[in-house]
Design a protein around this ligand. Structure first.
Ligand code: S3P
Length: 174
């Protein structure tokens, strides 16, 4: 496949898990932008936010994305806020077939409440934060994505097979 498959979507929509599965199924290397940021910064995400702030995190996020520009044949899973920057959205679109994994706020709350490694949701009102951020970000996901998948009622296999079929069609017909 020419180009990459890029996974975008809100926190807790399964980007990393689906990315790992797709990588195994297609035998393509997986690039996880959050993991690349942690490697580059030399510290975990909550520590980057605490010591350097979200803006510094976003700068590294864009740098990582720019470093991917020449790559092909990868599964790229991204952090939920990567689409807020217009520059990032343009880069994502150029990187390949962009799949938006969508989920309801209730499902996201349920999935993200299991761990505390997401600094944006560690406040007093994670539900309110999810609702607000989803409202703000939905137009950006829409703008960046080639394909939207509503994941609430689907299992990982169904999601992965749907992505592979659509990506093949996309690359075969463009
Ligand atoms: C963020 C999502 C996180 C991570 C960081 C910020 C966001 O990634 O990049 O905590 O702004 O939505 P996941 O979507 O993988 O949780």
């Amino acid at each position: 496949m020419k180009g990459n498959i890029v996974l975008i979507g809100f926190m807790g929509t399964g980007k990393s898990t689906i990315g790992r599965e797709l990588s195994k199924m297609l035998n393509y290397p997986l690039v996880d932008t959050d993991q690349s940021i942690v490697k580059k910064a030399g510290k975990p995400i909550p520590q980057i936010f605490e010591e350097e702030g979200e803006a510094a995190f976003r700068v590294i996020e864009t740098e990582i994305l720019e470093e991917l520009a020449e790559k092909e044949g990868n599964i790229i899973s991204t952090g939920g806020g990567i689409i807020v920057s217009e520059r990032n959205r343009k880069i994502l679109h150029k990187l390949g077939y962009v799949v938006w994994l969508a989920a309801s706020p209730q499902e996201i709350l349920e999935r993200t409440s299991r761990n505390s490694n997401r600094p944006l949701l560690n406040g007093d009102d994670p539900e309110g934060t999810i609702t607000r951020l989803m409202e703000e970000r939905t137009p950006f996901y829409q703008d960046a994505a080639h394909l939207q998948i509503e994941t609430d009622q689907l299992c990982f296999d169904e999601i992965c097979n749907g992505i592979i079929e659509s990506a093949r069609y996309h690359y075969g017909t463009q």
